[in-house]
Write a protein that binds this ligand. Sequence first.
Ligand code: BEZ
Length: 211
Amino acid sequence: MTIRLGDSAPNFQANSSSGNIDFYDYLQNSWGILFSHPADYTPVCTTELGETSKLKSEFDRRNTKVIALSVDEVEDHQNWIKDINETQNTDVEFPIIADKDRKVSELYDFIHPNASATATVRSLVIIDPDKKVRLIITYPASTGRNFTEILRVLDSLQLVDSHKVATPADWVYGDDVVVPPAVSTEEARKIFSKGVIEITPYLRYTPQPDI
Ligand code: BEZ
């Protein structure tokens, strides 16, 4: 199945390193990140899961629950977590889905047969509290993800959901934002009390409104 931005994220039940889960029950009303891994006991994935665990307070601050997936068994996941905790100096608390039958991987299009017939690619999906898909990124197995970028996208999505703004290239929390095309400069000057700088009629900046 192909998943696209704006689609409802499919629910599923699966076994995981933390027991059986229902995806929607796990997410409750939080934002969610579902991310797939090529395999257990692999070096890049070990660093990614360690990094995700160390960023727990950053995900908590953004009301975001994370859950990983690979096509190995629960016992492998549990033993691998011991290695991750030891080598990455952390304590992995989020579940890793054991998708041996690839049910979830197929539901979320995590198997790309021309990259690998059997393994999941390094995909990541951000899901909002309405269970809509808001970001999909896919990396090759050999490139570890940049989790600072994932946090940055969460900041952007959460900001644009509550204010009529968009975030420009390389924006990070606290930088000026841009006025989206659907908002006229006249309307923007009424909405944004901190002011609007018009570079061109379509390129307008305003300070981040919620800080
Ligand atoms: C890794 O996760 O380390 C990895 C997996 C497949 C190919 C290369 C690296």
